[in-house]
Ligand binder design. Sequence first.
Ligand code: ADP
Ligand code: MG
Length: 290
Amino acid sequence: MIVRISRLSYRYPGSEDWVLKNVNFEADAGEFVLLVGPSGCGKSTFARVFNGLIPHFYGGELVGEVEVCGMDPREHPTYEFAECVGFVFQNPENQLFFTSVEKELAFGLENLGLPREEISRRVEQALREFQLAELRDRGPYELSGGQQQRLAIASVMVMQPKILVLDEPTANLDPFTAVRTLALVRRKTIEEGVAAIVIEHRLEVALPFATRMVVMANGQIVDDGNPAEVIARQKHVVGRPQALELVERLIQAGLSLEVEKPSPEHVALGIVRAYKVGEHAARRKRSSPG
Ligand code: ADP
Ligand code: MG
């Protein structure tokens, strides 16, 4: 387990209320964990524990056991987590510091003391993967919200962290770019064994990639497991993805549908399959004598 958290509780300084209450959570390499829950339930706070922003930057009181990449964030300074945990904030402009896209991407790598060729190889790859090549000389403040968001994610991914924590990473992205970005994250989990913890309320965008879904409510984890099963159990908390609604209506209308996951892609596949089966049956009927 690359993340091991047990009986974690936390409150911000000067507050009597515990924002996180007795949270137990583990994550393994290769997982894509989708973390959802109502606004204000503690998702961002939970994410800040992963790289030690809590308690080092925010202060407050943290109790319980936390182990991230084998380290307790309370006992190690945040820079020791830089190589292991990649973190993208809810507001990407807060984490862009440099005068150009290219410099932004190279900074962390230069800090690690990597050889020049390796830095340039990784920067070029990120420029390509995140469609930033044409913007390489632009300043972060000359970028649109979506471009900034892509840059923030890219500058974290170039570090090749073992854990990626993304706090609403697609909020400023159009649906197509959002899916593309999360697909890239999923690829890293498959090909490089990265553990991704993604806070995302746009279920339709994230579900195709999630291997696991965790629901938080009022500072506690109230469900954790297979995404389709969690959605079925937690309709009242997570809402109902439109794709799932469509499946239910089609089944009611008499179409025999098998859908693996309640994501638009899987639903589309299910419909195509059902259509082909129907077409095949119709053709057989037509070609049969009489
Ligand atoms: P979410 O990300 O799920 O919307 P947050 O983790 O941002 O929830 O917030 C959880 C609770 O902690 C909220 O009640 C919020 O007001 C409080 N909170 C968040 N950040 C701070 C902070 N820096 N100082 C004090 N309270 C905070
Ligand atoms: Mg938040």
